[in-house]
Design a protein around this ligand. Structure first.
Ligand code: ZN
Length: 273
C-alpha cells in the first residue's frame, strides 16, 4: 500500500509539475516517468557549520560506529540532534499560530507547487535590512502574470552566497540572546505577507535568509500573519540563483515530526527545459 501511494504521488508530481513523456502504466519500460527538466537541489547539507538561530544549539552529528565490525564487514551508523529551526528548514503554521497545523497535519499537496521566484537582489545590495514589498510581488506579476494558485513563492535576496559565513549571512558571529539585536538580513514585509495571504492562494513562501521576518524584526509579524492563515515557510533555502522567475516545480518535504513547529527540509526544484 505504501509503495502504491508512493507511485501515485510520483505520477501526480511528474504529470502536474514537469512535462512528462507519458507512458501507459503497465508497459514494462524503464523510466516511464522521467521528467523533461533539470532537478536542482535547494537544500544545504546539515553539519556543524549549518546556520541556526543565535539562541539555538547547533546541529550535531556523532559517530555511533564506523569501521570493520567484529563479524568482519564494514558498518557505519551515526546519530544527530537538531533544533527544528536551523539549516534549510520548514516552518509549520503552529510556529506562531496557536492551534494551527503542526508538521504532520499539513496536507501533502501543500508541500509542492509552481515556483515563483521574486528577484530582489538589487534592493538588498543597497540595504541588507530590506523588506520585500507588495510592489516587488506586483512587479513580478507585471512581467510574468498572476501568481498562480498553489504557487511556492521564493524570495531571491542573494544572501545565499554568504551561507555559512555567519557575519555576512546573519550580521553577527555571536551566539546567545545578545546576538539577536545584531541580526541584519532581508525578509518579507508584513504588508506583503498580508497581501499574499488575502489576495493570492499560495502554498508557501521561502527565502535564502535565516528568517521570513527581516533580521531586525522585534515582533515577527510576517511569521504571525502567515501562520495565522495556515501558510508554510521555508528558510535558509539554497541555490535560488539557479532558478528562473517562472517555469519550475518545487517539492519541499519536511521531516514528519509529530507536533513539530518546524523541521529540517529537503527541497528540490524541477526546471522545465
Ligand atoms: Zn523557522
Amino acid at each position: 500500500m505504501k509503495s502504491l501511494m508512493f507511485s501515485v504521488l510520483f505520477v501526480f508530481v511528474f504529470v502536474s509539475g514537469c512535462n512528462v513523456k507519458k507512458t501507459e502504466i503497465g508497459e514494462s519500460q524503464k523510466n516511464s516517468f522521467s521528467p523533461k527538466g533539470n532537478w536542482i537541489d535547494l537544500t544545504y547539507s546539515f553539519d556543524e557549520e549549518s546556520v541556526y538561530w543565535p539562541t539555538n544549539i547547533p546541529f550535531k552529528h556523532e559517530t555511533v560506529f564506523e569501521g570493520i565490525n567484529d563479524k568482519g564487514y564494514f558498518y557505519s551508523s551515526y546519530k544527530f540532534s537538531a533544533e527544528e529551526h536551523g539549516g534549510t528548514h520548514f516552518d509549520a503554521p503552529n510556529h506562531f499560530g496557536q492551534n494551527k497545523n503542526s508538521v504532520e497535519k499539513i496536507p501533502v499537496e501543500q508541500f509542492m507547487g509552481e515556483g515563483v521566484v521574486v528577484n530582489v537582489t538589487e534592493a538588498v545590495l543597497k540595504n541588507r535590512d530590506y523588506q520585500i514589498t507588495v510592489a516587488d510581488l506586483k512587479n513580478w506579476e507585471n512581467q510574468h502574470g498572476l501568481i498562480p494558485e498553489g504557487a511556492i513563492v521564493l524570495l531571491y535576496t542573494g544572501f545565499g552566497k554568504f551561507y555559512t559565513d555567519k557575519v555576512s549571512y546573519t550580521g553577527t558571529a555571536k551566539s546567545g540572546a545578545s546576538a539577536v539585536p545584531e541580526l541584519h538580513f532581508p525578509g518579507l514585509h508584513p504588508d506583503a505577507a498580508k497581501w499574499l495571504a488575502a489576495e493570492r492562494k499560495i502554498n508557501a513562501v521561502g527565502l535564502d535568509t535565516p528568517s521570513i521576518d527581516y533580521g531586525q524584526s522585534q515582533d515577527f509579524m510576517t511569521h504571525r500573519i502567515l501562520c495565522d492563515k495556515n501558510m508554510t515557510m521555508y528558510e535558509n533555502v539554497a541555490n535560488l540563483e539557479k532558478l528562473p522567475p517562472k517555469g519550475s516545480w518545487i517539492i519541499a518535504l519536511p521531516m514528519k515530526i509529530k507536533g513539530g513547529s518546524g523541521a529540517p527540509l529537503r527541497i528540490i526544484a524541477c526546471v522545465s527545459n
